[in-house]
Design a protein around this ligand. Sequence first.
Ligand code: NAP
Length: 264
Amino acid sequence: MTSYAVTGAARGIGFEFVNQLSADSGNTVFAIVRSKATATKLAGLGRPNVYIIEADITNTNALHLAAAEIATVTGNSLDYLINNAAFVEPERDGLTLDSYSSEELLTKDLLDSFNVNVVAVIHTINIFLPLLKNGKAKTVVTISTGLGDLDATLAFENAASAPYSISKAAVNMVNAKYAAQYKPEGFIFLALSPGLVDTSTRAPTEEELEKVTEMIGNFRKVYPDFTGPITPQTSVQMQLEVINRITVNDTGAFISHKGNKEWL
Ligand SMILES: NC(=O)c1ccc[n+]([C@@H]2O[C@H](COP(=O)([O-])OP(=O)(O)OC[C@H]3O[C@@H](n4cnc5c(N)ncnc54)[C@H](OP(=O)(O)O)[C@@H]3O)[C@@H](O)[C@H]2O)c1
């Protein structure tokens, strides 16, 4: 049996990780969600090897309870932790650092992003580490983004998505710090970008479509062959291929679903 815990598993990329991993009945998958009540897609899978566990990752008590629940099922171990949950402010993502309507809103978005995308990820890793130390794979994957890459930011001339990008750049360093500490114990820490993935739950408004078209145009300046977002299915398939072939020699890496620094 191989065990996986995935945070933010109710929808989007997190759900698809649970879907693909639990298709193998030899895997046990812990789907960590903010609210069981809204995890209807997961419940709909109807798979006995999927355990739905409730935890907001900003709540350390809830994370401790989740770890205890996993310990009961696995006999105190965990092979893989996938830190997928993230905060993205939907309304103001297009703003740049100096175009906010108020200093308070800018502070709020910076702190909310840092709290979920960095601080909560660190707590999740710390709380699950005792289980991971007893696991076979000793692997922690933190889902990052090419937006957290300094070179790509300059190449794309992308000043938007600032609080989110800053928090993801910070979590890449979190990944490196744990890798530096735990390489001697055979751990693999990986910051993995999923590509640009369509995880929308409704059709885009005209304004959103305009923004996406403009963004795709900007991406094409660097990646002329880029045609648009990939599906969660394709992204997770590619990410799992990367996860399955990395070794302890790669620990601390920040790479994409393509296994390199090609973000799209
Ligand atoms: N989609 C892309 O193109 C893209 C590109 C680059 C990187 N990424 C990264 O890929 C990961 C997944 O993205 P996605 O597009 O699938 O996101 P999504 O559809 O917005 O889903 C985010 C998930 O995170 C959960 N979440 C948010 N805050 C949480 C908290 N405090 N505690 C626990 N769960 C929380 C949400 O829970 P609820 O369901 O309860 O709201 C949701 O299930 C993220 O790390 C994101 O940064 C995505």
